[in-house]
Design a protein around this ligand. Sequence first.
Ligand code: NAI
Ligand code: MG
Length: 482
Amino acid sequence: MKYGKRKMLIAGEWTEGSTGETFPTIDPATREVLAEVARGTAADIDQAVEAARRALHHPTWAGLPHAARGRLLYRIAALIRTHAEELAEMETLDCGKPLSQSRADMETAAQYFEYYAGVADKLFGTTIPISPQYFDYTVREPIGVTAHIVPWNFPLAIACRGVAPALAAGNTVVLKPAEQTPLTALRLGELAMEAGLPPGVLNIVPGFGHDAGAHLAGHPHINHVTFTGSVETGIAVMKAAANNVVPVTLELGGKSPNIVFADARFEDAIAGAMKAIFSNAGQVCSAGSRLLVQQEIHDRFVQELARRTATLRLGAGLEDPDLGPLVSEEQFQRVLHYIDLGKREGAQVVIGGEPATEGPLRQGFFVKPTLFDAVRSEMRIAQEEIFGPVLSILPFRDAEEAVAIANDVSYGLVAAIWTRDIGTAHRLAAQIKAGQIFINNYFGGGVATPFGGYKKSGFGREKGIEALQSYTQVKNVCVTLD
Ligand code: NAI
Ligand code: MG
């Protein structure tokens, strides 16, 4: 076991948890056990929430000058950078993604802490002129104990996306990583302690969703939940939080359209389409999983995509291939199920369409990169999130039809538009119901740009200054002057 036994972090102490039970986390490329991880249950969540509550008003945190709070976050960012290679290797082993993609994730994780470190002493209210009789002002206060329930596709980057702004605004945190990928979050806990974060400000409780996750979402003493994952679980989290009138930020994935017009720069659009669906083997909430191609270039475009797809290398993430394994047996089965479904629905397999079983690939959860052509919008492979290296290709005639297809799903996370016509680009950007629009790129933006969904992709915004809405509450103070 490369990483041995891993404990949970509660009130600044590393503990085995109330039951002493553990669960294994595996390398999905080989199914080898990487670590036995302390299994957090309801009792541990209770303790973690209590620790976060105490830390919230403790002078070591609440009394810290805001600039000093920012410096603490900068130290965490610096430690992530110092340990980036070690963290990237750990992430790759735990979730399967290619090493260079894990390295990019670690860079993003560090950037979240840097970005929000800078904000810690720049969160201020306003004065509101009402009449000479009153002096009125607002202050932005922390919202309190924030719960973060994180998925397995970007384990550390998504954890930091929520934790960094929450801490910058003076909150405290209970973080529950996904059961498939708990290792880098726990390592972050060690680095945060090394940076000098006071005990109880960041608590990390690994465990299962139905158990630790559900108890955390419904805990009466939390004040906000940040959740990223499936729609089904998002609904459960929202219901649990509703019992305590606790607000939620939900980021629930998508079925994002990647729209290529005939006048697009061909080479850029091809490269963008490949990246959009095959990054992290398609296990990306904002994946470009529906490729809409204008009729005139459809055949040539699909041919070129197929040619490039055939050259993609699959392998264990540490070998830095183009695609690693899927994260788990469950995800592997889910994706294969959708591939079968697409075939039965009458879509055309251009390439792929089966698990990859050559040599050592047989031991892991590898699926061949798959292109489905002749997909119609009503098919389930055009409507439902597959979360694997499976692209559904739909032809369109004109801009009007492209918009109709683009909006014909229950999701609305991102959309991309490839065209040289600036009018078409902006018109579609306005007409498509999604939280982010990429024009002549895919995955554009970064830690500074707001991210979140329309429709069933969720609500609330993460990243950028927008994210601070979730982690602060506004207090208005009105003073009579005479
Ligand atoms: P999930 O939504 O069940 O899991 C995400 C997180 O929620 C994990 O930390 C899990 O432990 C926790 N969780 C599960 N049940 C919970 C509950 N009742 N209360 C509180 N927390 C709970 O997603 P899962 O099962 O891992 O993947 C299923 C599908 O969800 C994927 O195939 C994909 O379509 C989608 N998904 C979307 C993601 C995104 O980035 N938006 C990320 C991961 C999955
Ligand atoms: Mg794992």
